[in-house]
Design a protein around this ligand. Structure first.
Ligand SMILES: Cc1ncc(COP(=O)(O)O)c(C=O)c1O
Length: 364
């Protein structure tokens, strides 16, 4: 058991779940949510801050600024508090309330951008705001997770070697793509490794990261409304795109077995299981990365009205006819909401549906 004096010194880097008993196919899920920032973004945040310190860019009177939909903002808030920097997070209305309150509790300032672009994204508005801020005062230091090489180097130095150490026979690695920091760091590491590893990027439908049509995306973490500047596709063997309905189903299937994960984990697991079903998993050592845990998504991914409003009442499949079917040994269906499914929406819920339909395009 480690003894630490600063929060960023703790990270569980060797925890995997074998998903075979839940999904019927062997896939080792690397859990990255067990640290004081609650996500894989802690590694990128440490790397980017410490590089800026070493380069003399970040000094005691600097004010850190960054665009984040949540997890990087929490990680930077934690590190800033620990090291005594001021931090301003620029986010948008899709950042969930818990995440925003966490950043504020850690002493950060949060600026919520209102101006949505025609494609539903807030990214341009967030970046414009940061540019103006940095031009106004030289104390502002913008780490820029979308372009900072420290973002992928963190995973080249830490995440990928951790996987290689635990699975020397690794064949296939599934990595979700947001800024593509995790993907590029792992892909670059395994390109130089002693055996070939198939690198499979998992993206959400509606993201334009690897080309394709932009569309509504409600689950934060994965997908971009622009091509990620860090992405070099020559390191990626395949790309899988997952519908958000499938993401939701995978999250709930995991939760019904006691594993509460964030939305992007559902995307990666759903995509990986589909790929393994098609290509055969026998004898193959496959690993996927789970970027965070589920508490931050209780009022979205795990909230019935939110789900039904966005994805339809059947998103979680048919409800069990009786309580006995809840305890089937494999993939139990979801328990009904108290009072059963509501056939009609109330006025407020209808308005909620309309609101959700207008929003789209979450960025990391
Ligand atoms: C929950 C979650 N999943 C996945 C990602 C994607 O990671 P990356 O930006 O390294 O591609 C992020 C990034 O913010 C995230 O917050």
């Amino acid at each position: 058991m480690p003894v630490i004096s600063v929060p960023q010194d703790f990270n569980e880097d060797d925890l995997y779940i074998d998903l075979e008993s839940i999904f019927g196919r062997s896939l080792f899920l690397k859990c990255e949510g067990f640290n004081f920032a609650g996500s894989i973004k802690l590694k990128a945040a440490i790397e980017m801050v410490e590089t800026a310190e070493r380069d003399g860019v970040l000094t005691p009177d600097s004010i850190l600024v960054e665009s984040s939909s949540g997890n990087l903002g929490v990680a930077l808030s934690m590190i800033a508090a620990s090291k005594g920097y001021r931090f301003l997070c620029v986010t948008d209305s899709r950042c969930n309330l818990t995440t925003r309150l966490m950043m504020e509790a850690l002493g950060s300032q949060v600026h919520v951008i209102a101006g949505q672009e025609a494609n539903g994204s807030f990214l341009g508005a967030r970046i414009d705001y940061l540019r103006t801020l940095c031009a106004s005062d030289s104390r502002y230091v913008w780490l820029s997770q979308y372009t900072n090489p420290g973002n992928w180097k963190a995973h080249y130095r830490r995440t990928a070697p951790e996987i290689a150490h635990r699975f020397p026979e690794l064949d296939t690695l599934f990595v979700g793509a947001g800024t593509t920091g995790t993907l590029m760091g792992c892909a670059r590491f395994f390109r130089e490794w002693h055996r070939p590893v198939r690198i499979i990027a998992v993206d959400s439908v509606g993201s334009v990261s690897f080309g394709g049509e932009a569309g509504r995306r409600m689950i934060p973490g994965l997908g971009m409304s622009i091509r990620p500047p860090l992405l070099d596709e020559s390191f990626v063997d395949e790309v899988i795109r997952v519908e958000e309905r499938d993401t939701i189903r995978a999250c709930h299937r995991l939760a019904r077995r006691g594993f509460l994960f964030g939305g992007s984990t559902g995307t990666v697991v759903s995509g990986a299981m589909g790929w393994l079903a098609e290509h055969g998993g026998d004898g193959r050592t496959a690993v996927a990365i789970a970027p965070d845990l589920g508490e931050r998504y209780l009022d979205t991914v795990y909230q019935t009205n939110w789900l039904h409003g966005l994805y339809g009442d059947d998103v979680l499949g048919p409800e069990p006819a009786n309580t006995e079917s809840w305890v089937l040994p494999t993939s139990p269906p979801p328990a009904p909401s108290p009072g059963g499914r509501r056939p009609h929406l109330r006025a407020g819920e209808r308005a909620g549906r309309r609101r959700h339909r207008r929003k789209s395009g979450g960025e990391p």
